[in-house]
Design a protein around this ligand. Structure first.
Ligand SMILES: *Cc1c(COP(=O)(O)O)cnc(C)c1O
Length: 499
């Protein structure tokens, strides 16, 4: 395949900058106008809609060899891409754990894009901004001001970095040299069965294998069972293994439970283990005065991961990892090369500033968009949004609790509500898991709301995770009305009497 038809000696001088800056300026203004109209109208549309076949077919085209131009390309985006998002901008989106972003957050992404700076390190404003943001978060989370940190793509990456740092700190310089192969005693990592899959994947990818993953059962409150944990550590020591890391979860993805972090910190101290905390969304309780109790002990973590694109509503992707011991963080990730050697002056000072702390070399200025959001809204207002969602979850749980045909399936600690329909008229042999699976599908595909599913102790739940600053109580009412109406529909279909 040959795209360039000219011989090297007749290569044209060209650039990707516009020939007509004025037309790009007009297009940019149109984009901003269109997008703000779109964003404003989101609550009036369905939460989710399928991609029509005809639209899908537009994305099986040939190689785009010839230019289409910015105007026509934008038109395609507007018609075929923009309308078919996941739905997480809508007030009744409560699926998985996904933030809803903000209009000004979208504009901040544009600022980051325009700067297009590389925050591997080097001397630039974006480095200074990210450093300020990291200091703020250390303060919010009660970590020492001397903590090390880096902004990353998501809590999955933040967990990886925290766990990798902990392993390096626990296994020492030999780990860097010989990897886990050099370990005589198998390093063991402990986390609850309710912890996020990114924790176990990190352990696997770090070369430890599933035999190093000690999955500890959770108690009735869905927190890590401390007795089971103690027994596992003791047994592993007896077997000559090396218990080296505890991973606590502040806000489990399934039901929003909080492990007893203080108790985990005690064990980490007594056993000489590393404590990593996955606070993907739950760490945001630190912003809510009076609601910090579930986070007790968070400030004792050796490393802490949390998302900014979930409950802080920064545009995807944005998360943070903080590490108490800066030397441990650097030891795990530091690189050296002649092509990134530091100069004593100029742009190449601290060339690997952030490269030394994570997986990326080239990095976007995500600190700028985070900084923009924190400055624009202020931490108090962002915390109020967190508190509002918790109150809404409580409201939903209360409505469920008083309805004899609905059943709460897990306690509500933060913003996750798991419940199911238990219609009285359902035929006796009906399978409630099948019934609720169908009920959830219909709510989703009709665009009424977007909770997702989760199985709690064998019982299929409709799971609402309200990390959404657009949700109102009225949305909860509308949603429950839809649940009841569709449940009645399904009961009638299944031959039961309508209730
Ligand atoms: C979402 C989530 C993660 C993963 O975070 P990403 O930002 O999606 O990578 C990890 N842990 C918990 C508890 C989560 O809710």
């Amino acid at each position: 395949m040959s795209l360039v038809k000219v011989a090297p000696d007749e290569v044209r001088e060209l650039s990707l900058d516009p020939e007509d800056w004025e037309s790009v300026r007009r297009l940019g203004h149109r984009m901003v106008d269109d997008l703000l109209v779109y964003l404003r109208g989101v609550p009036d549309g369905p939460v989710w809609r399928p991609i029509p076949e005809a639209i899908r077919d537009r994305f099986s085209g040939e190689l785009p060899t010839e230019p289409l131009g910015a105007d026509a390309t934008y038109q395609e985006f507007r018609d075929s891409v923009l309308p078919y998002g996941l739905g997480n901008l809508h007030p009744r989106f409560w699926g998985w754990v996904i933030g809803s972003g903000t209009p000004t957050g979208a504009l901040a992404e544009m600022l980051v894009g325009a700067m297009n700076t590389n925050v591997a390190g080097f001397a630039s404003s974006a480095v200074v901004v990210e450093e300020e943001v990291l200091r703020w978060f250390a303060q919010v989370m009660g970590m020492p001001a001397t903590s090390s940190g880096v902004l990353v793509t998501g809590a999955s990456e933040a967990n990886f970095i925290g766990i990798a740092t902990g392993l390096r700190a626990q296994l020492g310089a030999g780990y860097r040299r010989s990897g886990v192969v050099g370990e005589r005693a198998r390093p063991m990592v402990y986390a609850s069965e309710e912890s996020h899959f990114s924790v176990w994947r990190a352990v696997r990818l770090l070369g430890l294998g599933e035999e190093s993953c000690r999955v500890i059962r959770s108690n009735d409150a869905h927190e890590i069972d401390l007795e089971a944990l103690d027994a596992a550590i003791e047994e592993d020591r007896r077997r000559g293994l090396h218990p080296c890391m505890l991973v606590g979860t502040a806000g489990t993805v399934g039901v929003g439970a909080f492990d007893d972090l203080d108790a985990l910190a005690d064990r980490a101290r007594d056993q000489g283990m590393w404590l990593h905390v996955d606070g993907a969304f739950g760490a945001m309780l630190a912003l809510v005065p009076g609601s910090e109790a579930p986070l007790r002990g968070l400030d004792r973590a050796d490393s802490l991961a949390f998302d900014l694109h979930k409950w802080l509503h920064v545009q995807i992707e944005a998360a943070c990892v903080l590490v108490r011991d800066p030397a441990a963080h650097r030891d795990a990730f530091a690189v050296t090369s002649s092509y990134t050697a530091d100069s004593s002056e100029g742009p190449a000072t601290q060339s690997n500033r952030f490269t030394n702390l994570g997986l990326q070399q080239s990095r976007s200025a995500r600190g700028v968009k985070v900084w923009f959001s924190l400055r624009e809204h202020g931490l108090r207002r962002l915390g109020e949004c967190v508190a509002m969602n918790m109150a809404q979850a409580k409201y939903l749980a209360e409505l469920v609790a008083v309805d004899p045909e609905l059943e709460l399936l897990a306690p509500v600690t933060s913003q996750v509500v798991c419940f199911r329909a238990v219609p009285k008229q359902l035929p006796k042999d009906a399978d409630l898991n099948v019934f609720n699976t169908r009920l959830l599908q219909l709510i989703q595909v009709r665009g009424l709301a977007l909770p997702t599913g989760h199985t709690v102790r064998g019982r299929y739940a409709i799971r609402c995770s309200i990390t959404n600053h657009r949700t109102t109580r009225r949305d909860i009412d509308v949603f429950l009305d839809a649940v009841r109406a569709i449940a009645a529909e399904l009961v009638a279909e299944s031959g039961g009497a309508p209730s």
